[in-house]
Design a protein around this ligand. Structure first.
Ligand code: G
Ligand code: G
Ligand code: MN
Ligand code: NA
Length: 252
């Protein structure tokens, strides 16, 4: 398969890199951290979207070394932010089910922390809602290891899966991330707004922090504040950006 061969070669030839999208506290507009997002640029200057190559990486097992690469890049960037004085900065990193199933996953995380000199409590792992409900025993066991290292955990794309509330309660998670589909529909469709409201209430009721992604307009920001949503991420605040740009963006 051509794209997979290209990905394998591209990874070896350093065509993969990580961009960072700031996350803010909605009330104060203060920056709390950033989400690390993987990018692939080919030598022909073509950008292959992650939703095309990440499933390939997951199926082929390449997600194991690639996931380690992302984690190490995010840790190094976090260390840099701390040196610049942003000591409370929280770095969010997406992880896949294939990584959870890999027996070396927790060791990889521990080594990445050790080698970069950052503490787990400044890093958040984002798992998807469907992952959280898949293979409950495995997920609970891996989450316990993750929590032991001090990481916080967010459930990404929340509202798009079919969580059982009792399972959700069992999971040691810290944050729910409202999928951007509901943020974007919140003012145009009553179903969208019902789901957004429900996720905020559910999260708050369980004592979790709620973050909304895909906030593009001031109206959306105000609406979400009105629902009681704590944090946000989206083009209204900043687009995903390269590491060097994040450092200057933070100085403003
Ligand atoms: O902007 P964006 O197109 O970056 O991301 C698309 C999807 O790819 C998102 O659902 C995001 O969670 C996923 N994604 C981005 N970077 C990573 C990564 O490093 N690992 C995993 N597993 N998923 C990622
Ligand atoms: O991991 P996750 O699915 O949450 O990844 C976030 C995705 O949302 C990334 O693909 C990122 O580029 C994208 N994104 C971030 N902010 C916005 C936004 O304001 N609008 C839209 N349409 N997409 C966004
Ligand atoms: Mn995410
Ligand atoms: Na999402």
């Amino acid at each position: 398969f051509k794209l997979l061969k290209g990905l394998r070669a591209g990874f070896e030839e350093n065509q993969l890199f990580v961009v960072y999208q700031p996350q803010v506290d909605l009330d104060s507009a203060r920056v709390i951290g950033a989400e690390a997002l993987l990018r692939w640029r080919t030598p022909e200057d073509r950008f292959i979207p992650p939703d095309q190559f990440i499933p390939l990486a997951e199926q082929s097992g390449l997600i194991i070394p690639i996931g380690e690469f992302v984690m190490r890049a995010a840790c190094a960037q976090l260390r840099k932010m701390q040196r610049l004085g942003h000591t409370d900065f929280r770095m969010a990193v997406n992880v896949s089910m294939a990584q959870f199933r890999h027996p070396g996953f927790i060791d990889m995380l521990a080594r990445a922390l050790h080698d970069s000199g950052v503490a787990g409590h400044n890093i958040e792992l984002e798992i998807t809602e469907s992952m959280a409900m898949d293979d409950a025993d495995l997920v609970l066991r891996v989450l316990a290891g993750i929590k032991r290292l001090g990481f916080s955990v967010a459930i990404d794309d929340f509202g798009t899966g079919f969580s059982s509330l009792s399972q959700l309660r069992q999971l040691q998670v810290d944050r729910l991330k409202i999928d951007r589909a509901f943020v974007q529909e919140a003012q145009s469709s009553s179903a969208g707004s019902t789901i957004a409201q429900m996720v905020v209430n559910l999260g708050r009721g369980l004592g979790l922090t709620v973050i909304a992604e895909g906030i593009e307009t001031e109206e959306q920001r105000r609406y979400l504040i009105g629902l009681g949503c704590h944090e946000g991420q989206g083009w209204l605040f900043a687009r995903p950006m390269p590491a060097e740009q994040l450092e200057t963006w933070m100085q403003r």
